[in-house]
Design a protein around this ligand. Structure first.
Ligand code: ADP
Ligand code: MG
Length: 332
């Protein structure tokens, strides 16, 4: 830990809030059999970050910094045993990093932890984890990274700012924050994998997890293209990564597609993504109105009221409403 003699603190070691520590430990132990959700959660955050940038940029287009081609990029390094998820979304300032990933300001965390503890007890009986489905709803997805990583490095630069920060933690008691340089806007998260998690260092495996959980994400999720290469002696070839990138998901806005081409599963998955609900909706209606004004509407009715419907501090309603605004923006 070093402090330079300027007004700004260059490097700082900070303690996690007690709840965060507890939560991470519980997650690591009780969600172990659902480790694929780590990618789903980090991709969902990257997608949210892109939405936030689009929204802020409506009032200040300079935030795009001449790069409005929003996307998520995923890569891995076999030698270093890391998986990296990066986005060119809104990014975070130093204060935002501390507030967003060091503390839990949201309600319902206690309830969530109780559910997870109950899950841990159930795990040996092979019952399906409820907590894995609830992560998104409780707003604690980021911490799931520690299920497969024993060290997480996050570097981020907020759109429009010149200052970037590096956050690093082993998921135990504390984390460090350093001032760094970062050319590109947005957030890059590197997962230093735990000992037995080599399955994530596999191109095919990563792509299939992304298609399974994140196909409905409207941003392109880019990965290096792989290609068959024959062995030198004409036999024993292998798949190798090329320098070219390709979108792994469909990356098309669901609401803008034709109704006839969308399956019930796709409607349901999209609902789960925007609502953070883990159950399918009770009903939905999708319509395109054309005339003097044109618009597309996609309305879902949840099958159950959210657990925090009557909580004054609840934020989800607003979040969803804002998302709808982007959806309309994009759809034209
Ligand atoms: P939630 O996404 O439900 O808010 P998370 O634990 O997944 O909960 O993330 C916590 C917060 O950290 C987010 O609300 C967001 O403010 C911030 N965050 C996480 N990942 C990113 C990212 N890639 N870009 C910008 N902010 C992020
Ligand atoms: Mg999240």
């Amino acid at each position: 830990m070093s402090k330079i003699k300027s007004e700004k603190i260059a490097s700082e070691k900070l303690e996690f809030q007690a709840e965060v520590k507890q939560l991470m430990q519980l997650m690591i132990h009780s969600l172990y059999s659902n480790k694929e959700i780590v990618l789903r959660e980090l991709i969902s955050n990257a997608s949210d970050a892109a939405d936030k940038l689009r929204f802020e940029a409506l009032a200040n287009s300079a935030l795009y910094e001449n790069d409005s081609d929003l996307k998520i990029t995923i890569g891995f390094d076999k030698a270093k045993r890391t998986v990296t998820i990066s986005d060119n979304g809104i990014g975070m300032s130093r204060d935002e990093v501390i507030a967003n990933i060091g503390t839990i300001a949201k309600s319902g965390t206690k309830e969530f932890m109780q559910k997870m503890a109950a899950d841990e007890a159930l795990a040996s009986s092979g019952a399906e984890s409820q907590a894995a489905n609830l992560i998104g709803q409780f707003g604690v997805g980021f911490y799931s990274a520690f299920i497969i990583a024993d060290k997480v490095t996050l570097t981020t630069r907020r759109a429009g700012s010149t200052e970037a920060v590096k956050w690093q933690s082993a998921g135990e008691g504390d984390y460090t924050i350093d001032a760094v340089k970062k050319e590109s806007r947005g957030t890059e998260i590197t997962l230093h994998l735990r000992k037995d998690e080599d399955e994530f260092l596999n191109d095919w495996q990563l792509k299939s997890i992304i298609r399974k959980y994140s196909d409905h994400i409207t941003l392109p999720i880019m990965m290096q293209k792989s290609e068959w290469k024959d062995g030198a002696d004409g036999k024993g070839g292998e798949m190798v990564l090329t320098d070219e990138f390709e979108a792994v998901n469909k990356a098309s806005a669901l609401w803008a597609r034709s109704k006839n081409d969308i399956t019930a599963d796709e409607y349901n998955e999209f609902y789960k993504h925007v609502s953070h609900d883990y159950q399918a909706p009770l009903a939905y209606t999708h319509s395109r109105v054309e005339g003097k004004q044109e618009y597309i509407s996609l309305l879902y009715i949840p099958s159950k009221a959210p657990f925090d419907l009557y909580d004054r501090e609840r934020r989800h309603g607003i979040k969803l409403y804002v998302k709808r605004v982007f959806i309309m923006e994009d759809a034209e």
